[in-house]
Design a protein around this ligand. Structure first.
Ligand code: PAP
Length: 334
C-alpha cells in the first residue's frame, strides 16, 4: 500500500461514484432536534440539517488511527489555506515541490471534509486511504468521536479560527455564490445577528473556539491552536511550527535551501487562486460551490467594507465577553 498522505481523490478510483446516498438511520432523531433557518441544534451546535446524520454516523462509526492528522475549523476561517499548507508540509519529500499534488488538485480534493463525506453516505471511502491521513472537520471538540479525542498521544488536531467579523463577511459572500436556494436566504444583516446570537451555521462560534483553545492548553502536544491573522502575519514561522508539531520538522538543509519559503509561496492566496485546477470545477454534493469561490479576497479587515461600526462593535463586545477569563488573546480584539 502507498504511503500517505495522498490526495483523497486519488485514493479513490470511484470518482464517478459521487451519487449521494445519505444515511437514513437517524431521521427520527434528527426530526426531534430544534430547527431554525434550516439548521438543527445538535449537541449545542447549529448544523445544516442535511449534515447532521453524517455527524452522528462519524460519532458512532469512525475510528481514528494514531497517525491521523485532523484539521478543525470554524467555516470560512482559512480552511482551504490550512489544508494546502498541511498537505504540502507533510508530502514535501515525496516528490519535488514543483510537482506536489497541491498544484494539480483543489485543496479540498487533497484533504477531504469528512462531515460532508459521511453526510452523503460515503464515509467508507476513508478506509482504503493510506496512513497518515489528513482529515478535515467543522465539528466542535465536544462533538468529536472518542477515538479522535483519545488522551493517548497519537493523532493530532490543528485548529484554526479567524476574526468573526471577517468570517461572517466571507460566509455571506460564499453563500451568495452557492447553487442552493436556502443559501440565498441569508442576507448580511441577518447573518451578523445570527453570529451574535450564536445561531449561525456551526455556531456558537465562541464555544467552538473556546473548546479547542482549552484543549490546546491542556494537551499542547495533541492540539495546536492557530488564528488566521497570526498565520498571515508570519507564515514562515507558522509553517516551521507546523512541521515540528506534525513530527516532520524542516531540517537545517531544507531551511538553507529555502524549502519553507517555497511551501509558503506555493500555498499563498495568489498562487493557489491562479492555478487552473482552482478556477474550474466544483465542490459539494447537496450544495455546490465552485472551486474558485474558496479564493475570494484573502487578508484581514474586509469587514470594514461591509459592516456598520455599530455591528462591528457589537460583534467584538459579544466575543470579548465570551472569551473573558479564558486566557485567549485574539489579535483583532486588542
Ligand atoms: P471553508 O471553511 O468553507 O472551507 P475557508 O477556506 O475557511 O472555507 O474560507 C475561505 C477564505 O479563506 C476566503 O476568505 P475571504 O472570503 O475573506 O476572501 C478565502 O479568500 C481565504 N483563502 C483561501 N485560500 C487562502 C490562502 N491561500 N491564503 C489566505 N487566505 C485564503
Amino acid at each position: 500500500m502507498a504511503t500517505g498522505p495522498i490526495p483523497f481523490k486519488s485514493s479513490n478510483n470511484e470518482e464517478e461514484d459521487v451519487k449521494p446516498c445519505p444515511p437514513h438511520d437517524y431521521d427520527e432523531l434528527v426530526s426531534t432536534l430544534p430547527l431554525q433557518e434550516g439548521l438543527r441544534l445538535y449537541q449545542n451546535f447549529w448544523w445544516p440539517e442535511s449534515v447532521v446524520p453524517g455527524i452522528i454516523q462519524i460519532q458512532q462509526q469512525f475510528h481514528a488511527r494514531p497517525t491521523d492528522v485532523f484539521l478543525a475549523t470554524f467555516p470560512k476561517s482559512g480552511t482551504t489555506w490550512l489544508k494546502a499548507l498541511i498537505f504540502t508540509i507533510m508530502t514535501r519529500t515525496q516528490s519535488p515541490l514543483a510537482q506536489n499534488p497541491i498544484l494539480s488538485h483543489h485543496p479540498h480534493d487533497c484533504v477531504i471534509f469528512m462531515d460532508g463525506l459521511f453526510a452523503i453516505g460515503h464515509g467508507h471511502k476513508l478506509e482504503p486511504m493510506p496512513s497518515p491521513r489528513i482529515l478535515h472537520t467543522h465539528m466542535a471538540y465536544s462533538l468529536l468521536p472518542a477515538s479522535v479525542r483519545d488522551d493517548d498521544p497519537g493523532s493530532r488536531i490543528i485548529y484554526l479560527c479567524r476574526d468573526p467579523k471577517d468570517t461572517v463577511v466571507s460566509l455571506w459572500r460564499f453563500l451568495e455564490k452557492s447553487n442552493h436556494e436556502k443559501a440565498k436566504e441569508f442576507p448580511f444583516d441577518k447573518l451578523c445577528d445570527m453570529f451574535c446570537e450564536g445561531t449561525s451555521p456551526i455556531g456558537p462560534i465562541w464555544d467552538h473556539v473556546l473548546q479547542y483553545w482549552r484543549e490546546s492548553l491542556r494537551r499542547p502536544d495533541k492540539v495546536l491552536f492557530l488564528t488566521y491573522e497570526e498565520m498571515l502575519e508570519n507564515t514562515v514561522k507558522i509553517v516551521k511550527r507546523l512541521g515540528e508539531f506534525l513530527g516532520c520538522p524542516f531540517s537545517e538543509e531544507e531551511e538553507r535551501e529555502g524549502v519553507v519559503e517555497e511551501v509558503v509561496r506555493i500555498c499563498s492566496f495568489e498562487n493557489l487562486k491562479g492555478l487552473e485546477v482552482n478556477k474550474v470545477g466544483s465542490q459539494g454534493s447537496f450544495w455546490k460551490f465552485s472551486n474558485s469561490s474558496y479564493f475570494r479576497k484573502g487578508g484581514v479587515g474586509d469587514w470594514k467594507n461591509h459592516m456598520s461600526m455599530e455591528m462591528a462593535k457589537k460583534m467584538d463586545e459579544v466575543m470579548r465577553g465570551k472569551i473573558k477569563g479564558s486566557g485567549l488573546i485574539l489579535p483583532t480584539l486588542n
